[in-house]
Design a protein around this ligand. Structure first.
Ligand SMILES: *Cc1c(COP(=O)(O)O)cnc(C)c1O
Length: 394
């Protein structure tokens, strides 16, 4: 018996639900790439992508997923043999560092673990010990989508300055941009990157890099530059150069609509919505954890991010729970990745999400816990409802 007919709900941390209005924005003929409305569209998008990162610096739009933007960010500021420091707090910064390693960059990992945020004091100590300033860049994620941690980017920026070190601060905001505050200039971030398919509510296939003046200065002598990613090429006067070839027009139409939706809601409201819905999920998980089987991956409550919640399952199979949710109920949850593979499921609450989507997802998880007889505290969804009922006033 299944109750899954109807629209399947995707509660994985990317791609996320694409709003109907964004899908519809793509349903139109291709347009001229040399003249007309597309030129103004590009100008507006470059301006608004920079606005999303909160920078006076420059934004670049790539036809690529997040892995592409990782490469774009690295190749534009580094040279073979340069050393970088990767701040571990899950999987993604290390993944970014691995691509640098493959390009001939020397990668040092500042050891962290899957269950906590980067400690800014450790960053400061490591950089203070780097006497000759051999470290050229520090890589970190704002949100690590595998662990569910949120790193304190302003404090990490402070730590670099307190160490008197001139390494570039490079931040992966794929799982946070458009969901949480990101203040590139205010926090001293030199290079930031993100992608279209998570908080930005567009289909996968576009990614973004923002660079401040300091990064663009370092860029001038970077040895890893290649034609497709190169900022200098893209800074050229011709529209064609902005994309190093044919612009991904329909993706741009989608992105325009998605950004307009975010601006219409108001970014402060968008961030507040994410914080409220994330806390609703955490209230539910907190109640379920009374059964001693379900638990949070991130130990310290203040280090849990507002976009995805990885949930540990001790002694039971999280993939059986995910299969039940998908096949019987039409809700697709994320699987545990990295060290959490086979030990966790992940609930995404990023992008185009509202109370019924999140409460529906929590209800289905609770239904699965019952059906699979996984011990849990009763009333998790109720706790989420109560939280939202208190916070969201008439
Ligand atoms: C999803 C994700 C990526 C990778 O993005 P792709 O589009 O899958 O290449 C990188 N970093 C973080 C934090 C992510 O969540």
């Amino acid at each position: 018996m299944s109750v899954s007919a109807g629209r399947e709900f995707l509660a994985i941390p990317g791609p996320t639900t694409v709003p109907d209005a964004v899908l519809q924005a793509m349903h139109r003929p291709a347009v001229d790439i040399y003249a007309g409305s597309l030129l103004a569209l590009t100008d507006g998008l470059l301006r608004d992508v920079a606005r999303m990162f909160s920078t006076e610096g420059r934004a670049y739009i790539y036809s690529a997923n997040g892995h592409g933007a990782w490469e774009a960010a690295l190749t534009n500021v580094l040279s073979r043999g340069d050393k970088i420091l990767v701040l571990e707090s899950g999987r993604f910064a290390v993944g970014w560092g691995n691509s640098a390693g493959r390009m001939g960059v020397e990668v040092e990992i500042l050891k962290g673990d899957m269950r906590r945020a980067v400690r800014p004091a450790e960053v400061e100590a490591r950089l203070k010990a780097d006497k000759g300033s051999t470290i050229k860049a520090v890589l970190v994620t704002q949100v690590d989508t595998a662990s569910g941690v949120v790193n304190d980017i302003p404090a990490i920026g402070e730590a670099i300055r307190a160490a008197g070190h001139d390494a570039l601060l490079m931040v992966d905001a794929v799982a946070s941009l458009g969901c949480m505050k990101f203040d590139m200039d205010g926090w001293g971030v030199d290079v930031a990157m993100s992608a279209s398919q998570k908080g930005l509510m567009a289909p996968p296939g576009l990614s973004f890099v923002a660079a401040n003046a300091r990064a663009r200065d370092v860029h001038k002598t970077a040895g890893l530059r290649t034609p497709y990613w190169d900022w200098t090429e893209r800074d050229g006067d011709h529209h064609y150069q902005k994309y190093a070839g044919t612009p991904p027009e329909h993706m741009l139409f989608a992105l325009r609509r998605a950004l307009d939706m975010l601006f219409e809601e108001g970014l402060e409201n968008v961030f507040r919505r994410h914080a409220l819905l994330a806390e609703a999920v955490r209230r539910a998980v907190g109640v379920w954890s009374a059964g001693q089987v379900i638990g949070f991956n991130i130990i310290e409550p203040s280090e849990r991010c507002d976009t995805v919640t990885p949930v540990l399952v001790e002694g039971y199979d999280p993939d059986a729970l995910r299969a039940y949710c998908r096949e019987q109920c039409g809700v697709v949850l994320g699987h545990g990745i990295g060290d959490l593979s086979g030990r966790a499921f992940r609930v995404a609450h990023m992008g185009h999400v509202n109370a019924p989507m999140v409460l529906g997802t929590l209800s289905v998880i609770e239904m699965a816990l019952m059906a699979l007889q996984i011990p849990h505290g009763r009333g998790g969804t109720q706790a989420a409802i109560e939280w939202l009922g208190e916070q969201v006033k008439a």
